[in-house]
Design a protein around this ligand. Structure first.
Ligand code: PLP
Length: 367
């Protein structure tokens, strides 16, 4: 029987059960407790920001961020055309007008094209550090600063990644993370919002918990319309056990990438993921662009026959069926969406499994 190799699976470092037991014994199983506080400290440290607010998912983190920034119907927001859809959906839910911009050689928002797309109506820029490679946050934040508009960093795939030695999540006005089970570290479901701004942090905390009033007498007096985006202390227990080993998880991801590069670099026409000495890539997933002339679904089907799970790259924003039709050319984003596929690259994957995937991919491309 062929051994099934999933595209993603969580890796447990050892303290997960112990911490879950502690959370259960503490009787704090809802959205407050020692693990929630500790998880926030660990995330703030990893993102090099003073404030971290954990929430129930990466998507909730984005909803909270855009609510706190006051995004309103009609606000124009620049977004990368090539991105996981959650941040774009969060903007569209608020009635914002998304303005997709093509990507650069790092597979992220192209700062030159952002400069061209800015208008008097632009209220903010969404930057996504796709697949764990940091976007050019320095240039993008500088453009935003000149205009007096906000930047949100969606760093769901990039906790621990760095640009010029500085942690992603520390560049924008607000940054968001996801701790879904396929992320570098996980709490099962979960997310976080980080910021350097104390007033914004207070607003995010209030909005996370329905803007309940302070003190006994004011408890049920609400001065704002918030959400319940609290993360359970039991899930935060898993999150803490994972975040304590973020460096080990990232080292595993990077080793995996180095070994895939070694195994795949000689396949003619195959494009390996961008990387450079300017960045520390988190390698959330290891994605490649197939050589021209191959049917991506057929290649994936051949790998599936060999028991190997893969995923196609994200679908461009400009051609999502739920997004209003728009003008513009997005050649880089279209090219990635046509040729991209990502391979099993979870924390703890063995060299033998990487050999197996690499051999199966070579065979599928030779067929
Ligand atoms: C870039 C990005 N943003 C947001 C999310 C949404 O996170 P969640 O699944 O925790 O809601 C994801 C999830 O994969 C993501 O990759």
């Amino acid at each position: 029987m062929i051994k099934h190799l999933p595209v993603a699976r969580p890796y447990f470092f050892g303290k997960e059960h112990e911490y879950i037991d502690q959370a259960l014994h503490s009787m704090q199983i809802s959205g407050a407790g020692a693990f929630v506080d500790r998880m926030e400290d660990l995330i703030a440290k990893a993102a090099a920001t003073p404030h971290a607010i954990v929430v129930s998912s990466g998507t909730a983190a984005l909803d909270l961020a855009f609510e706190a920034l006051g995004v309103k119907p009609g606000d124009e927001v620049i977004v990368p055309d090539f991105t996981m859809f959650a941040p774009v959906a969060a903007l569209l839910r608020r009635g914002a007008v998304v303005v997709p911009v093509d990507i650069d050689a790092t597979w992220n928002l192209d700062p030159g094209r952002v400069a061209e797309a800015l208008t008097a109506r632009t209220k903010g820029i969404l930057m996504v550090h796709t697949y764990g490679h940091p976007a050019d946050a320095t240039r993008i934040c500088e453009l935003a600063r000149q205009r007096g508009i906000w930047v949100v960093e969606d760093a769901a795939e990039a906790l621990g990644a760095k640009l010029g030695g500085r942690a992603v999540g520390s560049f924008g006005n607000v940054a968001t993370f996801s701790f879904y089970a396929n992320k570098v570290v996980t709490s099962g479901e979960g997310g976080a919002v980080v910021t350097r701004d104390s007033r914004l942090a207070a607003r995010l905390r209030a909005l996370r918990n329905l803007c309940f009033g302070d003190g006994w007498a004011q408890r049920f007096v609400h001065d704002g319309i918030g959400f319940n985006f609290r993360l359970s202390n039991v899930l935060a227990a898993i999150g803490c056990a994972q975040l304590e080993h973020l460096d080990t998880a990232l080292a595993s991801k990077r080793r995996t990438a180095v070994y895939y590069r070694e195994r795949l670099s000689r396949i003619r026409g195959l494009i390996l993921p961008p990387d450079s000495s300017r960045v520390l890539h988190s390698y959330w997933v290891f994605g490649v662009l197939l050589p021209h002339g191959h049917d991506r679904s057929e290649v994936a089907a051949r790998l599936a026959e060999a028991g190997i799970d893969t995923r196609p790259f994200f679908h461009p924003v400009h051609s999502q069926p739920c997004v209003p039709a728009m003008q513009g050319a997005f050649p880089n984003s279209d090219m990635l969406a046509e040729r991209g596929i990502y391979l099993p690259s979870f924390v703890g994957i063995s060299k033998q499994d990487i050999d197996r995937v690499s051999d199966a991919l070579k065979k599928a491309l030779a067929a």
